[in-house]
Design a protein around this ligand. Structure first.
Ligand code: ATP
Ligand code: MG
Length: 397
């Protein structure tokens, strides 16, 4: 099929009143960014509340282009359009007959033609074009039937400088264009959950930075590479992710030495939140994002979440909070992070984990035990912050 343009439909951002322009610009920017990795040359432009992608180069890869557009948040549907030269009405009739012959494999259906004239000097009115073309199609394909109220297929004709035909809507990912809702700091581990959490928040228009707590030599370079790879997968949707890799070993060993082992995970999680918050403040992030879900593990009971939450002042977004593991896995498969997430790796949380971690931590007890860290912990946190490594993770096909 010879589609040389796409109409981009967007739902939510259409209703933003005066901010509409801002949202549309962001969407255009994200589409351009997404198409950069595709073969071919594209012109992305907005006119009269619509966004179009025109293929400028002779050749391009249709599948690859649709795939890239399906990763741009803010797009509700992608309509591949056939672009034809305006060389008179008879030529248009031939083009439409060809198009329907190619695009509608099953023609034993009802249809309706809808014409939109962006160029008012076109010699026929929109309604006139629609009914004339409807007649031409009925002649060419007698199995077709017209139904103007509930047609099974719509044939859209757009008359601009050139003429565009479309009748298919490929679903987009929905959501809002990344960059329209501030920035968040994702606590990204090598597991299944946190990349999905990042994806969900990015879907709401939030740009994502990430932090990973690495504990060499207890966690290997391979474990770190896995997190970098996950950040790259998320970047397919969110754009490049700035990943801060924090060396957590000394803090972990110190907690292990000073605190009751069954409280280790909770205290460790509290320090993760504190460090993530400090980086978030430095990098102008407006909240933290985690992959926690109520009751999934001991450190995610209501009591444990409350104890973790208490460690920082910033809002903590937990988009998976009410989801079952199965639902999270399905989503991770859909967005393409699952394969990477299930590779074997060591998690800094599991290495020092106690046989029977507390499941109902008492916050005042935890706080009291944290005081046994007073002597060195500030210095250790400072060092961890100062020695962190920054990796910019961008999507690779
Ligand atoms: P995930 O599948 O995302 O690893 P999990 O089910 O293993 O989650 P936990 O290990 O309890 O759950 O971690 C809960 C959340 O804490 C994670 O979703 C993640 O946001 C954050 N987290 C845990 N470990 C790390 C780490 N090493 N670096 C950064 N964030 C982490
Ligand atoms: Mg984990």
């Amino acid at each position: 099929m010879n589609e040389k343009a796409f109409l981009i439909k967007y739902a939510e951002i259409g209703v933003k009143g005066r901010n509409r322009g801002v949202f549309e610009d962001a969407l255009v920017r994200q589409i351009r960014h997404g198409l950069k990795r595709c073969e071919g040359e594209f012109l992305v432009h907005r006119t009269r509340g619509r966004i179009y992608v025109d293929v400028v180069s002779e050749s391009y890869d249709y599948e690859e282009t649709v795939d890239a557009l399906q990763a741009v948040f803010g797009i509700s549907a992608i309509c591949p359009m056939k672009r034809t030269e305006d060389e008179g009405f008879e030529k248009l009739c031939r083009d439409v007959v060809d198009y329907v012959g190619e695009a509608w494999a099953d023609r034993n259906i009802t249809f309706k033609v809808y014409t939109r004239r962006a160029r008012k000097d076109y010699p026929m009115e929109s309604m006139e074009v629609s009914s004339a073309i409807g007649g031409v199609l009925l002649d060419a394909y007698p199995e077709l039937r017209v139904d103007v109220h509930r047609p099974e297929r719509m044939l859209h004709i757009e008359i601009r400088e050139k003429i565009y035909l479309y009748s298919t809507e490929i679903p987009g990912p929905g959501g809002m264009p990344v960059g329209t809702n501030g920035k968040g700091m994702l606590l990204l581990s090598g597991g299944i959950d946190s990349p999905v959490a990042g994806w969900m928040i990015a879907k709401r228009g939030v740009k994502i930075d990430a932090v990973y707590f690495h504990a060499p030599p207890y966690t290997s370079d391979r474990a770190k590479q896995k997190v970098v790879d996950l950040a790259k997968r998320v970047a397919r949707y969110s754009g490049p992710v700035w990943l801060h890799v924090v060396n957590f070993t000394d803090i972990q060993l110190y907690i292990y030495e000073k605190c009751p082992h069954e409280e280790l995970t909770i205290i460790m999680r509290r320090y993760m939140m504190r460090i993530a918050e400090a980086i978030a403040q430095e990098t102008e992030c407006l909240g933290l994002i985690t992959g926690e879900s109520i009751g999934q593990v001991a450190s995610q009971t209501m009591q444990s979440l409350a104890a973790t939450d208490d460690a920082c002042l910033m809002p903590v977004y937990r988009p998976l909070i009410g989801m079952d593991k199965r639902e999270i896995i399905d989503l991770s498969e859909k967005i393409g992070t699952y394969e990477t997430s299930i590779l074997p790796y060591e998690d800094c949380c599991t290495i020092f984990v106690a046989k029977h971690p507390v499941t109902k931590p008492n916050l005042s007890v935890i706080k009291r035990h944290e005081h046994s860290l007073d002597e060195k912990i500030d210095e250790l946190v400072k060092t961890a912050l100062e020695t962190r490594e920054l990796i910019v993770a961008d999507y690779e096909k």
